[in-house]
Design a protein around this ligand. Structure first.
Ligand SMILES: Cc1cc2nc3c(=O)[nH]c(=O)nc-3n(C[C@H](O)[C@H](O)[C@H](O)COP(=O)(O)OP(=O)(O)OC[C@H]3O[C@@H](n4cnc5c(N)ncnc54)[C@H](O)[C@@H]3O)c2cc1C
Length: 501
């Protein structure tokens, strides 16, 4: 696109607002990005746009009963704001924490809610992004320009979850609900409920509704690993008894949680059978020797190949042991008027069916991007450490960790972006782009993530939409927090993979 075309677009859409940095999304990533920008680059102007009516992203969208984290908040919380409660937190507690971060750092004045970004146009003539934004409150289209785009858009469609198509769904006389769009008017009292799925969402929902409905059945095709433990952090409690300041408690407990997590990741790879035996022993402790743990709780994959679902206080197992909840491991033949016909021949009667079947992947917030008028297909690009992309200037996105808290990367990349922006100023550069070096030209280009490393359904279904990875450390999102903790602060910004203009 030429400068004239950019100006024509601006003229056509009225007033244009310009910011040095534009942050897409006011979830835990966007608010973290704003904190780092305001503290480390105080001279930069910035705005956060979010299509929702408030901050929180994931923690605002999800309203199903029991909604909670499955990471501990000492690491899912930011490094700069102490977490002072039980390690596993409800969505309401996470929203309160984020609200305090906004308030304490005066970030609210930078946020525009109900602003949905539809398109983004890069102009090489101006070294500028121009964004077409709909103000959902008024229906008006607004134009924003920015030098640098911080994509904190998350990884899934917020308005709709993923529900597979099963035969006979239209015949079912009851209600089918996806947890991501939980209806306010739903009444579970005395109802027979089937929850399809056995990930973290199902494991949260089942105990949360077991007390209300007549019976709840968790129907899974294959089992998941669960880790049950009390929702307390003994080290934190001990330090508090000793009157240690909350900042220090946060720092120490965070280090300990990261140490434990690293050990678990290492052991899952090096001694998967031992880890598996320990996890299954934890389940047996709640359900007893007679329960068919082999059938219902012994996954086919090795521990940590999918996210490990944490069960605070073993609440789901207590629900099963009490008879209010049960697990069925089988495949769906079809839905019918009264429930679900299974391939084994068994029929599950249901008044309500909840499809806890996951997310629908959204790459770059569903924004139609173009580079100088040419539509951007991110799948054609190669990722630089899972944060920047070849052929896409002045843009960095955040995709967190699978096996560690997402937010660890928010703080890490918050530092990196500020270092990069300062470096550009020092060089007098208006544009930065990552590019393959001559020695990378013949590098094999692989899918974003290796399925044998991590393979959740939402990624596997739409892997073709994500950027490619190479076989060198610079050209992949290695998902290893402990390596990145050393590597990312040490990146040489004058290295040949960075091209400035
Ligand atoms: C139920 C649930 C529990 C989870 N628990 C954990 C956990 O315990 N630990 C963990 O590490 N991870 C967990 N995750 C993953 C979780 O999503 C991330 O950890 C984290 O919350 C993502 O934050 P985010 O800010 O990057 O993205 P999101 O929370 O998805 O927020 C993105 C924001 O960007 C906005 N946005 C997107 N596109 C546009 C657009 N075009 N225009 C305007 N605004 C836009 C959205 O409206 C949204 O508010 C969980 C996920 C779910 C769904």
């Amino acid at each position: 696109m030429t400068e004239t075309m950019t100006l024509e677009r601006k003229a056509a859409s009225g007033a244009v607002e310009h910011f040095d940095v534009l942050i897409v999304g006011a979830g835990i990533s966007g608010i973290g990005a704003a904190y780092h920008l305001s503290t480390q680059c105080p001279g930069k102007s910035f705005v956060i746009l979010d299509s929702l009516e408030s901050f929180g992203g994931t923690w605002l969208t999800h309203k199903y009963p029991g909604i909670r984290s499955d990471s501990d908040l000492y690491t899912f919380g930011y490094r700069f704001k102490p977490w002072t409660s039980a390690p596993i937190a409800s969505a309401a507690e996470i929203l309160k924490y984020m609200g305090e971060v906004i308030e304490e750092n005066d970030l609210g004045r930078h946020i525009r809610y109900r602003h949905k970004i539809a398109a983004g146009h890069w102009s090489s003539a101006d070294n500028l992004w121009t964004l077409d934004v709909t103000d959902l409150a008024t229906g008006e289209t607004r134009t924003f320009t920015t030098n640098f785009l911080r994509m904190c858009q998350g990884y899934y469609h917020h308005d709709k979850g993923y529900t597979p198509e099963w035969p006979g769904m239209a015949d079912f006389k009851g209600r089918i609900v996806h947890p991501q769009t939980w209806p306010e008017d739903i009444d579970l009292k005395g109802k027979k409920v089937v929850v399809i799925g056995s990930g973290a969402t199902a494991a949260t929902l089942v105990p949360a509704i077991a007390g209300d409905c007549a019976h709840v059945t968790m129907l899974q095709r294959s089992p998941t690993y669960f880790y049950a433990a009390p929702n307390v952090n003994e080290l934190a409690d001990m330090l508090r008894q000793l009157d240690v300041a909350e900042e220090t408690v946060h720092d120490i407990v965070r280090r300990k949680a990261l140490f434990d997590l690293k050990e678990l990741s290492r052991r899952s790879l090096e001694e998967p059978d031992a880890v598996k035996a320990e996890l299954l022993a934890g389940v047996k402790a709640y359900l007893g020797q007679d329960y068919d743990i082999e059938k219902h709780f012994t996954p086919r994959y090795r521990p940590w190949q999918q996210r490990l679902a944490f069960i605070p206080e073993g609440d789901m197992f207590k629900g099963i042991a009490s008879g209010k909840a049960s697990v069925v491991t089988d495949e769906i033949e079809r839905f019918d008027a009264t429930g679900i016909q299974l391939k084994s021949g068994e029929h599950l009667d249901a008044d309500i069916i909840i499809t806890a079947t996951g997310f629908s992947l959204s790459v770059l917030g569903n924004i139609a991007f173009d580079i100088d008028g040419k539509p951007l297909n991110l799948a054609d690009s190669v990722t630089y450490r899972g944060m920047m992309f070849t052929g896409v200037p002045n843009l960095l996105w955040i995709f967190g960790y699978f096996r560690a808290s997402w937010t660890l990367r928010v703080d890490m990349l918050g530092d990196f972006v500020c270092r990069l922006l300062k470096h550009m100023d020092t060089r007098g550069a208006h544009r930065v782009e990552v590019a393959l070096r001559p020695e990378d030209k013949d590098m094999p280009l692989l899918p974003w993530i290796a399925a044998e490393n991590f393979n959740p359904g939402y990624l596997m279904r739409d892997l073709h939409l994500l950027p490619k990875r190479g076989d060198k450390p610079e050209w992949q999102h290695n998902q290893d927090y402990w390596k990145e903790r050393e590597e990312i602060p040490a990146i040489d910004l004058d290295g040949p993979e960075f091209v400035y203009k």
